[in-house]
Design a protein around this ligand. Structure first.
Ligand SMILES: Cc1cc2nc3c(=O)[nH]c(=O)nc-3n(C[C@H](O)[C@H](O)[C@H](O)COP(=O)(O)OP(=O)(O)OC[C@H]3O[C@@H](n4cnc5c(N)ncnc54)[C@H](O)[C@@H]3O)c2cc1C
Length: 317
């Protein structure tokens, strides 16, 4: 479907941030289109236990479906397409998809998320290891589920050191391993040592999921190291290309500034969720969605107030 006439707001992204924004906008009685390319990270969560209100846990697929149904119930339109470019058009925005469809809007919310830097495993094996709970990427999300487990962390740099130290709250048995080489400073090695975290050397040669465990082979080690769970700490790549293309300043790590939830340097453009710097969590993404939607709604109200005032002044008395 191509709709050249503008929606009031387009949201790019149908993860927790984009869908929460769409719900709020629909309830603010705005015409809202959500465009997404089916890549919400939330869809990969076997079961999350830290989304408030779900003490028994909820699968990511089910959560996204509920958020989708909720937004649609109040009038949001949802379309699957990959947005290739977003440009200013008059006072608004024009989005073009990879297959050539175009949509216009007065305001735009980018809730485009991030991509994980992952360990090198065939896709199906990688996703099966996530589902089997032996490969995890987010200690904040699921460290609790691995209390007293034998935990491996991959990445001997500041990221990996911070993740290993964070996980120390849950287990005494933590081993930090390099991905290719170690970049740990002497201070970091001392801190890890004092926390009782083992640091081993040798570039990662291979990983092999083995039922409910995962084996790791490192250069220079005869035998694999075996873990209950492995946390690669290899960083992320925010999907901020659309924001950057519209002139929003993107930080060195690729994230959009936190202020973008309320406004960006581009009038009518807002951002929400993981693509914004801060804690990459569902609750935060939903909060961002609510804030960005309310900011967009108030921005439109303000524009319309000026338009009405201008029209009023022109009225013959
Ligand atoms: C394995 C795993 C487990 C996790 N566990 C938890 C957990 O237990 N608790 C928790 O709070 N968090 C967890 N997370 C993190 C959580 O998934 C994210 O914080 C959350 O999904 C962020 O929401 P978001 O809407 O910002 O981004 P996403 O959910 O990633 O959504 C981004 C959206 O943008 C769309 N998009 C991006 N670019 C384009 C484009 N150019 N064109 C069209 N569409 C585009 C994508 O298709 C997608 O719909 C986990 C993540 C993973 C991978």
């Amino acid at each position: 479907m191509t709709r050249p006439e503008p929606f009031e707001v387009i949201v790019v992204g149908a993860g927790p941030a984009g869908l929460a924004a769409a719900l709020y906008l629909a309830r603010f009685r705005r015409s809202v289109l959500v465009v997404h390319d089916g890549q919400s990270r939330a869809l990969r969560i076997p079961k999350t236990y830290n989304v408030p209100g779900y003490p028994e846990g909820i699968a990511g697929v089910e959560l996204v479906q509920r958020l989708t149904d909720h937004a649609v119930e109040f009038g949001a339109v949802i379309v699957e397409a990959q947005i290739r470019s977003a440009q200013r058009s008059g006072k608004g925005f024009m989005l073009t998809s990879a297959d050539g469809r175009r949509w216009g809007s007065r305001a735009l919310i980018l809730a485009t998320g991030i991509r994980l830097n992952q360990v090198d495993l065939p896709h199906a094996e990688h996703e099966a290891a996530i589902r089997a709970d032996i490969l995890r990427y987010c200690p904040v999300c699921d460290g609790y589920e691995h209390i007293d487990s034998k935990i491996g962390v991959i990445g001997c740099d500041s990221n990996g050191a911070a993740e290993a130290l964070f996980l120390r709250q849950y287990s005494r048995d933590i081993t930090l391993m390099p991905h290719s080489h170690s970049e740990l400073s002497r201070e970091q090695i001392t801190e890890l040592d004092e926390a009782g975290i083992a640091v081993v050397q040798g570039a990662l040669r291979s990983l092999s999921p083995q039922g409910d465990r995962v084996d790791v082979v490192l250069d220079g080690h005869d035998r694999p190291l075996s873990f209950d769970v492995l946390y690669p700490a290899l960083g992320t790549r925010p999907r901020s290309e659309l924001a950057a293309g519209l002139g929003v300043v993107v930080a060195d790590d690729g994230c959009v500034d936190a202020g973008a939830v309320r406004q960006t340097s581009v009038p009518g453009l807002f951002a929400a969720g993981d693509v914004v710097e801060g804690l990459d969590q569902i609750s935060v993404a939903i909060g961002h969605g609510a804030l960005a939607a309310t900011s967009a709604h108030n921005w439109l109200r303000e524009c319309d107030r000026h338009t009405l005032q201008a029209a009023g002044r022109k009225k013959p008395s």
